[in-house]
Design a protein around this ligand. Structure first.
Ligand code: ADP
Ligand code: MG
Length: 346
C-alpha cells in the first residue's frame, strides 16, 4: 500500500503529491491558488461549492489590502501615515489581539516593531544591513504600549509603525476555516509557512503535515505531524525559520525574525519553530514568538496556554517536541535530525 504523503508547509509540490494519493478513491478537490501577502496561497477543497476556494483566496486578498505595509492605501499604512484613525473593525481587532498576545510573550512578539523590518527591507527585493544609528532610531519607535485603543479609534504614539507580518497569514487561515465551517467539506489551505487542515480526511485516516527541513529546499520535510480530525475540526500548523528570508553581507547571513530587544535577527540555537494550534492566529504568532524566546520556561508556559504543542529544530541537528505533539510527531526515515534526550531538551 502506498504511504499517504504529507501536506508540506509552504510547499505546493508536496501538497499536490498529497492530493494525488488522498483522492485516489475520492473526487478530486477543487483547487485555487494565488500570491497573497508576498506568499503562495493554495486552497484545496474536497466537496462543497466550486467557488469556495476562490472565495477564500479573495478573502485573504481583502485582508492583505487592510494590513499590508507595502501598500500605501491599506488601513495600516493610513494609520501609520496619520498617527490616528478608525480602521476597519477587522484591522483593529487583529492589531489589538496582536498587541495583547505580544504582552503575554513579554514582547518577543512585537507588532509595533515595523520601522525595524522596514529598514532591513526583508519584504522587498533588496534586503540590506541597516546603519546602526538608523536601527537604534527605528527601534526607539517600538513598544506595545504605543498603540492606544479608544472605542473604534486607534492612536499610535511615539511614531510606532505596526507590522502584522508575523500574524497575517494565520489570521487569513482563521478566515478560511470560518468560511469552510458548516459547508460539509474537507480542505487543505497552505499559506507560506502556515497550513490549515480542515475536516475529515477524504478516504479516512489522519491528515499528515510535513515539517519543513530547514536544510532542504521548499519541498523537503524531515518529520510529519498526523492529525485525525472530525467534521468541521481545524488544525493550524505554522513554521517560522531562520532560512525563510535571508541575505549575506560581509560574510554574515541575516534573517527576518528580529529580536525586539536589539533590532537584529534573533541569534540563538534554533533554526525553526513549528507551532500547532486550533487557531491560525495563535499558531502563526507563536511560531514567531517562540523562535524569538527560544525554548525554556516562558516558551513552555505559552505552549501550555495557547498551543497544542511545538517542534523546535536546533542548529546542531537536534529536535525537541513538546508533550502535546509527541504522539502526532514522526521523524522521516532518513531525517538528518535526531530527537534531543529529554534531559537536554528545554
Ligand atoms: P513569515 O513571514 O516568513 O511567515 P513569521 O511569521 O515568523 O515569518 O513573521 C516574520 C515577519 O514578522 C518579519 O518579516 C517581520 O515583518 C515581522 N517580525 C520579525 N520579527 C518580529 C517580532 N519579533 N515580532 C513581530 N513581528 C516580527
Ligand atoms: Mg508568524
Amino acid at each position: 500500500m502506498t504511504k499517504p504523503r504529507p501536506v508540506a508547509a509552504a510547499c505546493a509540490a508536496l501538497i499536490l503529491l498529497f492530493s494525488l494519493s488522498a483522492c485516489r478513491k475520492n473526487a478530486a478537490p477543487t483547487e485555487s491558488d494565488g500570491f497573497v501577502m508576498g506568499s503562495f496561497f493554495s486552497v484545496k477543497v474536497y466537496g462543497g461549492d466550486e467557488g469556495l476556494g476562490r472565495e477564500i483566496l479573495t478573502d485573504a486578498g481583502r485582508l492583505e489590502s487592510l494590513i499590508s505595509v507595502t501598500r500605501t492605501d491599506s488601513d495600516i499604512s493610513r494609520l501609520i501615515e496619520n498617527g490616528t484613525g478608525t480602521p476597519d473593525k477587522e484591522t483593529a481587532a487583529l492589531l489589538r489581539r496582536s498587541v495583547d498576545l505580544g504582552k503575554d510573550t513579554c514582547g518577543a512578539l512585537d507588532v509595533t516593531l515595523g520601522a525595524v523590518p522596514a529598514l532591513w527591507g526583508f519584504s522587498g527585493e533588496e534586503p540590506r544591513l541597516p546603519a546602526e544609528a538608523d536601527l537604534k532610531a527605528a527601534l526607539a519607535t517600538a513598544g506595545l504600549d504605543n498603540v492606544v485603543f479608544s472605542g473604534d479609534t486607534v492612536t499610535l504614539k511615539n511614531g510606532a509603525k505596526p507590522d502584522l507580518g508575523a500574524v497575517g497569514k494565520g489570521a487569513a487561515l482563521d478566515a478560511a476555516a470560518a468560511a469552510l465551517k458548516s459547508q460539509k467539506v474537507s480542505a487543505v489551505v497552505s499559506f507560506g509557512g502556515s497550513v490549515l487542515v480542515f475536516g475529515q480526511k477524504p478516504g479516512g485516516g489522519p491528515w499528515t503535515v510535513g515539517v519543513r527541513d530547514p536544510k532542504g529546499d521548499e519541498a523537503s520535510y524531515f518529520a510529519t505531524l498526523s492529525f485525525a480530525l472530525q467534521a468541521d475540526e481545524a488544525v493550524f500548523v505554522s513554521t517560522s525559520g531562520s532560512y525563510e528570508k535571508t541575505f549575506t553581507e560581509n560574510g554574515k547571513t541575516y534573517h527576518h525574525i528580529l529580536d525586539p530587544k536589539t533590532g537584529y535577527p534573533v541569534e540563538n540555537d534554533l533554526v525553526s519553530v513549528t507551532a500547532v494550534a486550533s487557531d491560525g492566529f495563535l499558531s502563526d504568532a507563536l511560531s514567531t514568538a517562540l523562535f524569538v524566546l527560544g525554548p525554556g520556561d516562558r516558551a513552555d508556559a505559552l505552549c501550555k496556554k495557547y498551543l497544542t504543542g511545538a517542534v523546535f529544530v536546533y542548529k546542531d541537528g537536534t529536535v525537541s517536541v513538546t508533550d502535546g505533539l509527541a504522539d502526532a510527531f514522526s521523524l522521516t526515515e532518513d531525517a538528518p535530525y535526531r530527537l534531543r534526550q529529554p534531559e537536554a531538551a528545554a
